[in-house]
Design a protein around this ligand. Structure first.
Ligand SMILES: CC(C)(COP(=O)(O)OP(=O)(O)OC[C@H]1O[C@@H](n2cnc3c(N)ncnc32)[C@H](O)[C@@H]1OP(=O)(O)O)[C@@H](O)C(=O)NCCC(=O)NCCS
Length: 176
């Protein structure tokens, strides 16, 4: 199914293999971008990213969307919804690769769009997400997008040689 979601500044549409650009590879290997991402443990190459993108596109329970700035038609990051159909639940994760665009509310706009689609069109009951407790931008973003902290997984990750908690966020279609 084709998906095209639009907000004031953004468009979300399916990721395509042509999105796997030099910039995409650079972002995945950028230590500021990947510091809280599991991909950071090995150098990412274009062919590995292509394989990863292909596997997500082939998975019927994953909605893998490119975040596009409408005005310039530029691809700045990705947002993923991993659906558990039997539980009517979806897990959201995302990144924005160009750090000069951080702090402008773009991720919040992307999450809001996907959230509305997940509840109103897909009919999901619950959305979840999570982040390292030291990832303050992510924590703020999910709280701003109407998620609440539902659980803390203690000492879940190692980040920069320090044991770090995972914050688990959730929101419900019935939250309104
Ligand atoms: C997390 C991420 C998606 C947020 O994107 P963004 O477009 O900057 O998010 P928004 O601007 O919508 O909101 C982020 C909020 O966090 C704040 N913030 C950003 N960096 C921060 C920091 N280091 N400490 C505290 N707050 C921070 C922003 O000011 C903003 O809050 P505000 O609206 O009250 O000013 C982006 O930083 C990113 O892609 N990071 C790298 C990948 C990543 O960590 N992904 C998430 C994995 S769970």
């Amino acid at each position: 199914m084709d998906v095209n979601l639009e907000s004031e500044r953004l468009r979300l549409r399916k990721v395509s293999l042509t999105d796997v650009s030099e910039n995409y590879v650079k972002w995945m290997n950028d230590q500021e971008v990947n510091q809280y991402m599991e991909t950071r443990f090995r150098q990412q190459t274009i062919s590995e990213i292509m394989q990863y993108v292909t596997s997500l596109l082939e998975n019927p329970n994953i909605l893998f969307l490119a975040i596009i700035i409408q005005e310039t038609n530029s691809h700045i990051g990705n947002i993923k919804l991993e659906i558990s159909p039997h539980h009517q639940r979806g897990e959201i994760s995302l990144w924005i690769g160009d750090n000069t665009l951080w702090g402008k509310g773009l991720a919040t706009e992307a999450v809001d769009l996907l959230k509305e689609y997940a509840f109103k069109v897909l009919g999901l009951y619950k959305l979840t997400s999570g982040c390292y407790s030291c990832n303050k931008a992510s924590e703020k973003l999910f709280l701003k997008s109407g998620f609440h902290q539902e659980a803390v997984l203690k000492n879940h990750y190692i980040c920069g040689n320090i044991r770090t908690d995972r914050l688990c966020f959730a929101c419900y279609g019935s939250d309104g």
